[in-house]
Write a new protein. Structure first.
Length: 159
């Protein structure tokens, strides 16, 4: 691998992003007012756990191929501040989650196009990217549904 320091930094960055996603989805699932968004949150939470395991596997493979223990996965172990509060509405929660998914998709696209990857790594990253797009699509459907409900509620109030 010709760009090892960049690759390792990208792996660490992606792992930390999935840790952040895990924390966001976990927080969102603890709220009472998420309704139909709960299913998307659980899917996002489980995917973040799985993706972290797969990223760790890729990292361990690079580390093993070097046959030395000099590189270490420097993970962000800071706790993230609470993004959600009990009074926040489902629309705001979906918007925050979708912004995070879109950020993650952009980072995956830049990593895939920016460095040379093995076939296994391309397969894993492509699979992650497709699943992230699926979650983003579901969040977008939740946003559209929420906007339609708000609009119909406003029309009913105006009548």
């Amino acid at each position: 691998m010709n760009n090892l320091p960049t690759f390792i930094n990208d792996i660490v960055r992606i792992w930390n992003i999935h840790q952040h996603r895990e924390d966001l989805y976990k927080q969102a699932m603890t709220l009472d007012n998420v309704g139909s968004l709960r299913r998307v949150c659980s899917h996002g939470y489980i995917s973040s756990l799985l993706f972290k395991k797969e990223i760790q596997w890729i990292y361990d493979g690079v580390k093993c191929s070097l046959q030395d223990g000099d590189i270490n996965l420097k993970l962000n172990t800071k706790t993230i501040p609470a993004k959600f509060f009990g009074s926040i509405d489902r629309l705001s929660i979906a918007r925050i989650l979708r912004e995070q998914e879109q950020k993650t998709i952009r980072i995956y696209n830049s990593i895939i196009s920016g460095i040379t990857l093995s076939k296994d790594e391309i397969d894993i990253f492509s699979d992650h990217l497709q699943k992230l797009k699926d979650i983003d699509f579901q969040l977008n459907k939740e946003l559209i549904h929420s906007y339609e409900n708000v609009r119909s509620f406003q029309v009913a109030l105006a009548s």
